[in-house]
Design a protein around this ligand. Structure first.
Ligand code: NAD
Ligand code: ZN
Length: 378
């Protein structure tokens, strides 16, 4: 059936309000407007940032929304002015755009783009505009992507065309978690060969950071998590040591300093907790240590003693691992196809979109690395 130009009615998991289970609803997805593409989502990962919006951020203007931002799919139709995509193209929706024209896109120093939702909507985590309605109400597109839906509409500046041979139920993880963690190590920290690293938090983002440290040639990689069950997985991605802060009655930064003769060269916080961010900074070597904030929170201020920075440490943050999204994602897909980066090992559970609440509960309990939901048949 040709659906181009028509409203599509399909299933989506709607977050009607914060802190409540998602509801599988029939939603209407409008046809793509100028410069937009409508995408049939085939698979999506569940990332902690979805949980953040639902349970932690809980910004009342950010609902109702369709969550999900780690998906992959197939272009169904394109709007006027789209020449880069055609129906049938395999794509990954991007929560950070790359328009190639704004002052940020033109600078090699950053991957921030002025045109996406992220430009000024960190609180509601969506653009004001949306192509979704349900029961007569506008439903927001979380992070501009909304991959917990059979169909979504995106501006072409936030879509990456990928190798058609790539398995969508694996490469969907490159839409967020894996690029974020890997890039945080490789692009943002710029980990050097022979260095010592510590990664705090071993979800998919942290494990991808471990993989990035290894890829960059780190000699020793400390994987830090309060959940001892994460130790084994961390070694799969290249960790040389596992440290559980709960096993010690002194600050983890002191423990790491003792194990490394003063501190690590690079630390990456992949939890989203301001106290852990401080610990990660304090775990770095004075003089040259670099600490990267990867975990997501906009709820709390963080603090540290200025002497930490005066003594030569650098504190940085990263969005999407510093990758310019449209350029970086196809390159990471290629790296996966050439077996230079792992993806399959992140996936601990496979479910369907209708089981999304189960997947969310599983992540809340720390019972998974990534659950991939199959959304529609290819
Ligand atoms: P996750 O929930 O799967 O993993 C978090 C891990 O942190 C768990 O293994 C948990 O046991 C561990 N942890 C909790 N408290 C800890 C502590 N005090 N010390 C050490 N470890 C602790 O989450 P995820 O999907 O891997 O995401 C991780 C973070 O990255 C989240 O905050 C998410 O919002 C954020 N994120 C940021 C970006 C970005 O662009 N900066 C993108 C995606 C995700
Ligand atoms: Zn994410």
């Amino acid at each position: 059936m040709d659906t181009a130009g028509k409203v599509i009615k399909c299933k989506a998991a709607v977050a009607w309000e914060p802190n409540k289970p998602l509801v599988i609803e029939d939603i209407e997805v409008a046809p793509p407007q100028a410069n937009e593409v409508r995408i049939k989502i085939v698979a999506t990962g569940v990332c902690h940032t979805d949980l953040y919006h639902l349970f932690e951020g809980m910004h009342k203007d950010g609902f109702p929304a369709v969550l999900g931002h780690e998906g992959a799919g197939i272009v169904e139709s394109v709007g006027p002015g789209v020449s880069e995509f055609q129906p049938g193209d395999r794509v990954i929706p991007l929560f950070i755009s790359q328009c190639r024209e704004c002052r940020f896109c033109k600078s090699p120093k950053t991957n921030q783009c002025e045109k996406g939702w992220a430009a000024d909507h960190y609180d509601v985590m969506a653009l004001a505009d949306s192509r979704f309605t349900c029961k007569g109400k506008k439903v927001l597109q979380f992070m501009g992507t909304s991959t917990f839906s059979e169909y979504t509409v995106m501006n072409q500046i936030a879509v990456a065309k990928i190798d058609p041979a790539a398995p969508l139920d694996k490469v969907c993880l490159l839409g967020c978690g894996v690029c974020t963690g890997f890039g945080a190590a490789v692009n943002t920290a710029k980990v050097e060969p022979g260095s010592t690293c510590a990664v705090f938090g071993l979800g998919a983002v942290g494990l991808a950071a471990v993989m990035g440290c290894k890829f960059a040639g780190a000699k020793r990689i400390f994987a830090v998590d309060t959940n001892p069950e994460k130790a084994e997985k961390a070694r799969v991605f290249g960790a040389t040591d596992f440290v559980n802060p709960k096993d010690y009655n002194k600050p983890i930064s002191k423990v790491l300093a003792e194990m490394t003769n003063g501190g690590v060269d690079y630390s990456l916080e992949c939890v989203g907790n301001v106290d852990v961010m401080r610990s990660a900074l304090e775990s770095c070597m004075k003089g040259w240590g670099v600490s990267v904030v990867v975990g997501w929170t906009d709820k709390h201020d963080f603090s540290a003693r200025p002497i930490q920075l005066i003594a030569g440490r650098t504190w940085k943050g990263t969005l999407f691992g510093g990758f310019k999204s449209k350029d970086g994602v196809p390159q990471m897909v290629k790296a996966y196809m050439e077996r230079k980066v792992k993806l399959d090992e992140f996936i601990t559970h496979n479910m369907t979109l209708t089981q999304v609440n189960e997947a969310i509960e599983l992540m809340k309990r720390g019972g998974c690395i990534r659950t991939v939901l199959s959304v529609s048949r290819q």
